[in-house]
Design a protein around this ligand. Structure first.
Ligand SMILES: Cc1ncc(C[n+]2csc(CCOP(=O)(O)OP(=O)(O)O)c2C)c(N)n1
Ligand SMILES: [Mg+2]
Length: 576
């Protein structure tokens, strides 16, 4: 239903009116966008108030970057663009990192930002929060639009929604100058100007010849491997993907945010034999996964000597051959592609050779057995494995909880140790390995799914968005944050040998992050052993109360940059 705001009282000219504020709200509602993540201020404070009054959920954050990360992950979880609302210039810039992150990760998101007066901005006359935001946003997102007339708000949102979710999803910027909100137009004209986006992300059906080519290559494999990326998780084609992987009989490797698409304990899961399968596979089928740095660009030592042929399923044709030759490109949306593959495989599909399946299984079982005793230690202070062993059991017992994870060691080790059982339950740092997504992701996960959230955070990682514990308490969200507190970035043991300043990687020793949560009325716990940690997390997950557990980790336990220390450039000069 359209909002109307006033009657024009002039004699003979009585008509129903609407304005920019209400048209924005109506455009959102008409398109099922029912949640806004943002920070209020000029010129969008009243927009937030009015949106809330109209039944839109408005989550007010302490910093736009966190609101932006929340919107980005909401997009990943729902396949609808997550909406982030910011004020001009500084608020816009604070939200922009998240918009770029959404674009890089292929999450649909719309950053809606108020902006200052065009006439003044363009003449650079020094307006309040003056900035040419559209120009700045453009290179960092899929599309950027500005709406100058209230009658174009409907079209502006329609374009933004389509751009965000169709084809390869990504971030879209929508610039709404302050003057737009107060613009008044005839209510009927306003109603007619709104656009309900029909079929916002149309299916992209793959060509039958490409499907057959892909299957020919897969069938020819002696040592096939399927790699599932977060694009496959995004597709929400869970049953078809599982059926396809199972029918193929091939080992599969989930990328971080694709964990749980098929359970990590599935007999075909090769997660614990990652280096073996990457080295030895002869045919690699990528499903919604890109050959970027996370897969060593498809070449080099990680991929071994054995010649490989790649099959790639992706919605973006330009993704093909980005790093190595793709023998069988399969372009289309993942759901349509996997359905077509299943169809064309027919009733019987040969299992991969038994020696390959056995080799992968042996390696996996060996690695799992080697890891098992380390996960059961009850050391105090804790090491990563002792603490993660506990959290692993908790997720096994509560498979529908959502796991948010960021840090270096805290991320890399948790990714390997904590098995996932359901799709889209693991949310982490994504393609960039960005720190700061933690609290935004946790909040959006709780809001969008209604499920309990366990956020496993490095102490540094948490610091990027830590003030949002107040937001978590304010909305009383079922989020349990566990901080792996090792006194610093990677480790807490570095020393500065030349002055009394602390080394760049270390924090205040023995910090008590749990007190932060208590300051806002949540539950804070200091846990020094795996047993204490287990009790505290279970209590939090049972109660659903906002909880922060300061898990005291041995400051010497971590390694430089977690698992990616090899990416650090080295000085050729001798260390002094
Ligand atoms: C936005 C951003 N800034 C900086 C970094 C560099 N960085 C990578 S991991 C990390 C923090 C690692 O420390 P912590 O979260 O405490 O995890 P730990 O290894 O100590 O368990 C930082 C600052 C980054 N990835 N992203
Ligand atoms: Mg740390």
């Amino acid at each position: 239903m359209l909002n109307t705001v006033a009657k024009n009282e002039a004699p003979g000219a009585e008509q129903e009116l609407t304005d920019g504020f209400h048209l924005v709200i109506d455009a959102l509602k008409l398109n099922g966008l029912d949640t806004i993540y943002g920070v209020p201020g000029i010129p969008i404070t009243d927009l937030g108030r009015m949106a809330q009054a109209e039944g839109i959920r408005v989550l007010s954050f302490r910093h736009e970057q966190n609101a932006g990360y929340a919107a980005a992950i909401a997009g990943f979880l729902t396949k609808k663009p997550g909406v982030c609302l910011t004020v001009s210039a500084p608020g816009f810039l604070n939200g922009l990192t998240a918009l770029a992150h959404a674009t890089t990760n292929c999450f649909p998101m719309i950053l809606v930002s108020g902006s200052s007066e065009r006439e003044i901005v363009d003449l650079q006359q020094g307006d309040y929060e003056e900035m040419d935001q559209l120009a700045i946003a453009k290179p960092l997102c899929k599309a950027a639009f500005r709406v100058l007339h209230a009658a174009d708000i409907g079209i502006g949102f329609a374009r933004a929604i389509r751009a965000a979710v169709s084809g390869r999803p990504g971030g879209v910027y929508l610039d709404l100058p302050a003057k737009l909100f107060g613009q008044v137009i005839n209510a009927e004209a306003g109603r007619k100007s709104l656009v309900k986006v029909i079929d916002a992300a149309p299916a992209q059906i793959p060509a039958p010849s490409a499907v057959n080519r892909a299957l020919d290559v897969l069938k020819s494999a002696k040592r096939p491997l399927i790699i599932l990326g977060k694009g496959a998780a995004y597709a929400q084609a869970d049953d078809a993907i599982r059926a396809f992987v199972e029918k193929s009989g091939a080992p599969f490797l989930p990328m971080s945010m694709a964990k749980g698409l098929l359970p990590d304990l599935h007999p075909q899961c090769a997660g614990a034999a990652r280096s073996t399968v990457l080295k030895d596979a002869d045919v690699v089928m990528l499903v919604g996964a890109r050959l970027n740095w996370l897969l060593s660009h498809g070449k080099g030592k990680t991929w071994g000597e054995a010649p490989k042929r790649f099959i790639q399923v992706d919605i973006e044709p330009k993704e093909m051959d980005s790093n190595v030759e793709i023998a069988a490109p399969l372009v289309g949306d993942i759901g349509s592609c996997v359905a077509a593959l299943l169809d064309a495989m027919g009733g019987s599909w040969p299992l991969p050779p038994a020696d390959w399946l056995n080799a992968v299984k042996t390696k996996r079982d060996d690695n799992v057995a080697k890891m098992a005793p380390r996960l059961m230690n009850n050391n105090s202070p804790m090491d990563y494995h002792g603490a993660l062993g506990v959290l692993r059991t908790i997720i096994k017992e509560r498979p529908d909880a959502i796991l948010v994870n960021e840090g270096a060691n805290t991320l890399d080790l948790a990714r390997g140790v904590i098995d996932m059982y359901q799709p889209r339950k693991r949310l982490d740092v994504g393609t960039w390995g960005v720190m700061g997504v933690g609290m935004g992701s946790a909040i959006a996960a709780a809001i969008e799914t209604g499920k309990p959230v366990l956020a496993v955070e490095g102490d540094s990682a948490f610091g990027f968005s830590g003030m949002e514990v107040e937001t978590i308490c304010r909305y009383n969200l079922p989020i349990c944050i566990v901080i792996f507190n090792n006194d610093g970035i990677y480790r807490g043991t570095d020393l500065n040998s030349v002055s009394s300043d602390p080394a760049p990687t270390v924090f205040v020793k023995g910090s008590r992050y749990d007190k932060m949560m208590e300051a806002f009325g949540g539950v804070g716990v200091n846990a020094t052993s795996p047993d204490e940690l287990k009790r505290a997390v279970n209590a939090a997950m049972d109660s659903g109360r906002p909880t922060l557990i300061n898990a005291v980790i041995d400051p010497a336990a971590g390694s430089e940059s977690g698992r990616i220390g090899n990416l650090n450039p080295q000085s050729v000069l001798k260390k002094k």
